[in-house]
Design a protein around this ligand. Structure first.
Ligand code: IMP
Ligand code: MG
Length: 180
């Protein structure tokens, strides 16, 4: 597994230290607001587990699972495979995401959740790859862990064909491992 990693981009220590910083900011932001913290499956699970423990306020956990619509060539059409179970109307919602790439996923998740009329909706992404943004996507993340270059990264929840999620760091996959 690790022989397919070209370079470690973010070590465990760098990730944990940034999560503690974000935790201090989010703890202040959400004090007294009892937020619903929504993770977008599956890539977010590792980040989610670490991040939520640094947001030291009463809060509720929930998850959404979305995927690209089968049979189309990734034109950005998405479906909800598993919706949130919490009633988020009038609640403060924080979305946690693993990576903000083209932005199609977050755009979709954001509109889907906004239609449920939350009191507020913010986005926190571990990684941001701004160079890959789709032209139509204007939304921005409110909180970003790290801005990363335009390379395919895996580990710390991020996959290539469902593998590498359990690497404790974020690394760049060797280009010869995947075909584009
Ligand atoms: P977006 O809709 O293009 O912003 O992509 C979001 C989703 O694509 C993420 O939640 C990831 O599952 C996946 N993704 C995008 N870039 C990468 C990457 O570099 N490594 C692994 N997964 C990625
Ligand atoms: Mg993925």
């Amino acid at each position: 597994m690790e022989e397919n990693i070209q370079e470690i981009l973010l070590t465990e220590e760098q990730i944990q230290s940034r999560i503690r910083e974000l935790g201090r900011i989010l703890t202040e932001e959400y004090a007294g607001k009892d937020p619903v913290i929504i993770g977008v499956l599956k890539g977010v699970v590792i980040f989610y587990a670490d991040m939520i423990r640094q947001i030291k306020v009463p809060c509720q956990m929930d998850f959404m699972w979305i995927s690209s619509y089968e049979g189309t060539d990734s034109t950005g059409s998405m479906v909800v495979r598993r919706d949130v179970t919490a009633d988020i109307r009038g609640r403060h919602v924080l979305i946690l995401e693993d990576i903000f790439d083209t932005g199609n996923s977050l755009n979709f998740v954001r509109s889907h959740l906004l239609s449920k009329k939350p009191a507020s909706l913010k986005i926190c992404t571990l990684l941001d790859k701004p160079s890959r943004r789709s032209p139509g996507v204007t939304l921005q993340a409110d909180y970003v862990g790290f801005t990363v270059p335009n390379a395919f990264v895996v580990g710390y929840g991020l996959d290539y064909k469902e593998h590498y999620r359990n690497l404790p760091y974020v690394g760049i996959l060797k280009p010869e491992v995947y075909e584009h």
